[in-house]
Design a protein around this ligand. Structure first.
Ligand code: PSV
Ligand code: MN
Length: 388
């Protein structure tokens, strides 16, 4: 039996990147509710993200979204992050909100739209040099709504060409990470709908092109941990966008809808070396807090990932391997389930305290005064939103 004491030394290397947009207002197409104290610019988003790290020790970096997080002075933004004890992380491009992208961006048949999208990515790479970011993450809304609307093959070829042009521009220590999503906003076909397409596209580029797996971007019932296994096996699992979903791309708190699925994903991550010392797999959240408070929502999320990581590490790998090789179905399954059902929360609380962190990060944040301070200070101006 693997004990908590034996896995404790491995918990310190967990690092989960927070999305700047989680701190802005978000909602559905029906309503976006505002909240007192919501950040009004990228500096305030970073100050909020830093609270998550200060209370959990789990979230040392913040992902930015361009153009939502555009600033005049990236050195100042970087210094601001540093002062708050965090660093700037992945740069997310955005080719889904301009009029010009109505019929697509990197995969569009129209060369003008395509060039505009390529130029946008060049701008993102310039920003990455200033922010010190490793990853350029590309998620495309490209696709069509009706059979026959456009030529899927031409679009796939166009996409390959666009990605090659962007890949050529990234630095030696930078990576291009391509995210897939099976539908929405396009409803008939999507140009990067699945891991296989993302894999085929990045495999053609080179070693520094990887796949991003957003846990909310699969059809219901998909065995996501199988995909995690396969991408790691192929050396192409670049990063995760963690969130959870009940129906479609709900962007809810990771682990909220299906904690067992999050556990199974972390089991494969550990099995495949994605949690090893020096692993370059990125662990990001991609969530929106439509009705709950945003900073506590992010704290809850990183704690959920930590809990399931700890449970995955608790698996007695030797015993599991022996049971699997002996085709001892029930013992093998029992070993996995024992780890899943282990309540690690008291041990994690003690582990946190041993590192000078609050045993209960949510209560510590609630009594820290940060919430009252931002509500009092952030009056006037325009609140940041998911798309601003
Ligand atoms: C849109 O569906 C999306 O949620 C993608 O998952 C991206 O990662 C994210 O927005 C930020 O662009
Ligand atoms: Mn995503």
């Amino acid at each position: 039996m693997t004990t908590f004491a034996s896995i404790a030394p491995h918990l310190g290397r967990q690092a989960i990147e927070l999305p700047s947009w989680a701190f802005g207002n978000s909602g559905t197409r029906f309503r976006v509710f505002g909240t007192p104290g919501t950040p009004r610019d990228p500096f305030e988003k970073i100050a909020d993200a830093a609270q998550v790290h200060a209370h959990t020790g789990l979230a040392p970096t913040v992902a930015l979204h361009i153009p939502w997080d555009k600033v005049d002075d990236y050195a100042a933004l970087r210094a601001h992050a540093d002062e708050h004890g965090v660093a700037l992380g992945t740069i997310n491009s955005n080719t889904f909100q301009d009029e010009e992208y109505k019929f697509g961006s990197l995969a569009a048949s129209d060369p003008v739209a395509r060039q505009r999208a390529i130029d946008h990515h060049f701008e993102c790479i310039d920003i990455m040099h200033k922010t010190g970011s490793r990853d350029l993450k590309i998620w495309l809304a490209d696709g069509t709504n009706y059979p026959g609307q456009d030529d899927m093959r031409r679009r796939q070829d166009a996409l390959a060409e666009s990605l090659a042009t962007i890949y050529e521009r990234i630095g030696d220590d930078q990576r291009l990470v391509l995210e897939y999503k099976f539908f929405e906003p396009a409803f008939y076909h999507t140009d990067v709908p699945d891991w296989g397409t993302a894999y085929a596209q990045v495999a053609a580029l080179g070693d520094r092109a990887m796949v991003c797996l957003d846990t909310g971007h699969h059809a219901p019932g998909t065995n996501i941990e199988f995909i995690v296994m396969q991408l790691q096996r192929l050396g192409k699992l670049g990063s995760f966008d963690f969130n959870s979903r009940f129906y479609a791309d709900d962007d809810l708190i990771v682990g909220a809808a299906d904690p067992f699925q999050l556990f199974r994903i972390m089991v494969e991550v550990v099995r495949g070396g994605g949690y090893d010392e020096g692993s370059d797999v990125g662990f990001m959240l991609d969530q929106c807090h439509n009705i709950e408070e945003k900073i506590p929502g992010q704290i809850r999320s990183v704690l959920n990932v930590q809990e399931m990581t700890a449970r995955a590490l608790l698996i007695d790998r030797e015993a599991l391997d022996a049971a699997q090789r002996a085709n001892d179905v029930l013992t093998a399954n029992g070993i996995l389930m024992n780890a899943f059902y282990t309540d690690v929360r008291p041990d994690l609380a003690a582990w946190r305290e041993s590192r000078g962190l609050p045993a209960d990060p949510l209560t510590a944040y609630a009594t820290s005064g940060h919430h009252e301070r931002i509500v009092a200070e952030r009056v006037g101006g325009t609140q940041a939103g998911w798309n601003a």
